[in-house]
Every structure is written in C-alpha cells, then in structure tokens.
Design a protein around this ligand. Sequence first.
Ligand code: HSE
Length: 439
Amino acid sequence: MPGEGVGVGLVGLGTIGVGVAKVLERNAGVIRERLGFPLRLVRVADLDLERDRGIDLSGVRFDRDTEGLLDDPDVQIVVELIGGYDAARRVTLGAIERGKHVVTANKALLALHGGEIFEAAARAGVDVAFEASVGGGIPILRSLREGLSANQIETIHGIMNGTTNYVLTEMERTGEPFEVVLKRAQELGYAEADPSFDVDGIDAAHKLTLLVAMAFGAELTFKDIPTEGIRALEPLDFEAAERLGLVCKLLGIAKAHDDGRIEVRVHPTLIPATSLLAHVEGAMNAIAVHGNAVGPTLFYGAGAGELPTASAVVADLMEIARELQRGTAGPVPPLAYVPQSLRPKPLVPLGELVGRAYLRFTALDRPGVLSHIAGALGDCGVGIESVLQQGRGGAVESVPVVILTHPAPESAIRGALAEIDSLADVTAPTLFVRIEDEL
Ligand code: HSE
C-alpha cells in the first residue's frame, strides 16, 4: 500500500546516491514544507550491500534487485545514478517503459542516447530530469529552460569540468607539470583513476551537448563537437600566459551565428586575466550565458561532489513529485524546446573561426629560425602581435618560442603550422591554443 507523499527508488548508491539519501533525510522538513507532502526514499538498489556508507537506511528496502525496484508500485520516480552507458540505459528505458519518471545525473548517457531516451519518455508521458548532469549543483539547466526562455541565446562559455579546472589552477599556481598535478588531484579524489574523460575534454563535451540542445534547439550532436584536452600544456605556457595577461581554462564554447549555423567546441582556451571566468579556481564550475534580452549572466558553483550534485537531483525529484501530486505532466519540455522544434543545426567548421592564437614552437636555437617561422606565418596572412622566448626547453639545443598572433582565420594558422612543423629546425609539434577575447 503506497504511503503518504511520493516514493523514490534509487539505483546506484555511490557518492551522489549517498548524497541524495542524506539530503532527503536531513532536509525532509524543508522539502515537506515546500511540497506540502513528503518525498520518501523507499527503495535502493546497488551491487555492493556491504560497504558502510555512513547513512541510515532503516525503513528503506536495500538490495541488488534493480528490476524489482523498477516494478515496485511504491516507487513512482526512479533515480539513475549508476553512471556509464549500458546498465544506466537499461535502467532508464526500463523505468520509462513502466511509466515511471526518471531523474539522472548521467551526461554521458544523455549526450549519446538522449534522442532515444527523450523520445521514449515523450511516448510514455513521463519526465526525464537531469539538472545534476551539467554543473553539479548549479541550476544551469533550469535557468536555461525557464529563467532565460524569453531570450535568443547568443553565447555560452563554460568551465564545466572541475577536475581540469583544478589541474589548470594548480599548474598555474605551482609551476608544476601536468602529470604531477594530476597525480595530486587523484590522491585528493578530484580526478578518477582513469582521468581521460575529464582531461581529454570528453566530460565537458557531454555537458556542452546538453547545453547546446537547450540553448539553440539543436539536436544532440556529441560526436561532432571538436574536443581537445589539456595534456599538451606545459609549465612554461602558464608563465607565458601570465606575462601576456591571459589565463588558461578548459572551456566549452557555443555561439549562434546569424546564418543559422552554430559554433560548438571544447578546448583549452586563453582568456583575459581580468575576465570573471579567469577567477574561477580549483574544482569550481562557472557557465556564462549571454542572451539577447538579458545580456550577460554567470552561474557559479560546485560542479561535482556528494551534496552539491544531490542538491540538483533532489530539486528534480521535487519538481516531478509536484507534477505527480497535481496529476499534470511536466509543463516544460526536457530540452527546453518542443520536440518538433528540435532540429540539426549545421556547425561552423573550426577553420572559419577568427581569433588571436597562442603558438608555442620548439625549435633549434640557430640563427634564422625565427625568420623562417615568421615568414611562414606571414605567407599565410597571419600577423604577429608579440614574441616571447621562454628559457630552455627539454632538449639541450631546442628552445621554446611563444608567438601571439593578431586575429586570423584558423585555417590560415593551421596552414602556417603545417609548413612550420615540417621545417628541419622545428623539433616538436607546435602547441596552438585559441584565445577568446570576447567574454
Ligand atoms: N568529473 C566531473 C568533473 C564531475 O571533474 O567536473 C562530474 O561531472
């Protein structure tokens, strides 16, 4: 016999799952006062029943039986917190097939299988809520979907991965190399044992996929998003950036162009040290959204972690619980646009982007090298704004040379780099970091 209020079933009792149980328990009073009825954790499924997670699950059925949880009539909303693709997809679609609403924090799942999941949910007349999937506790999705819904969104610039922001901040602060800082991030629990999703930009690209769909009504295009990570950055790049008044961040960037195309990309980006995003340090996230009516907005907060992420999960649970009590389906489409308005949007090729570039060459310390490099840039129409020589490089006879270009099309810069990297005097591939001046 269902009890009073709305029953929640949780699949996956890891860090965020524990956070959800804690928030539901600790904040039960305020949740009840805001809803007018209780939100009850009735059932939890996880493969590990032994580990002490420091929470009291008395009164909650806790076992390995995910199918039983999905079938349980006391469970009206299913929270999927398994992560990954296959099992999470099975649980999500299984819940939808049974007419149950789903809350998830799984950006990887939605970025890759979102089309299938949202279609199934629309057919079944249930909600799939995913506030926790982008920016952890920051209510960025609800803000885009509702608070900014009167705007044409013009640009998004987001620091959406806490692990990389921690690594970049520490490299800048300590002058230590990437591997040393990454190891410390792993010891502190910021970075996963396999950090590639974070440091190669994939996690940020998953999140940007969802933001782009909501901002522009673009069908999900994860596989098409140009994505670069932070592994190639060296301590001397941070020194040079500081001298140039720039700070390096892994940004997810999306812009609407007047011709209907959109620009979407994830890569290390040099931004003015005076910009607000440059001051976002450590594992924090921040997403700047520019709307044509509202102008600039900035959303800042913890992008990960037990309680911040649980804050977003439970907010989704409360919204769905209200709908269940009122007997109305969710009033706002999950991707902010009614499904028939979502369409593929052509992407602007990287070659068409125009901006200043930071180029770090590694060349033999011989007379004439700089003129070869400058000549190749000039031949491709790329002007030089400044040149820095940054001490000695790894190889005894090679030196790093940093050149800041004037704004130029990326195709021209790439053309010059192809030529420069084939010069006999250039001993390693050139590092190219885009500079984003308009923030
Ligand atoms: N691994 C992510 C980050 C958190 O470092 O921001 C989960 O999205």
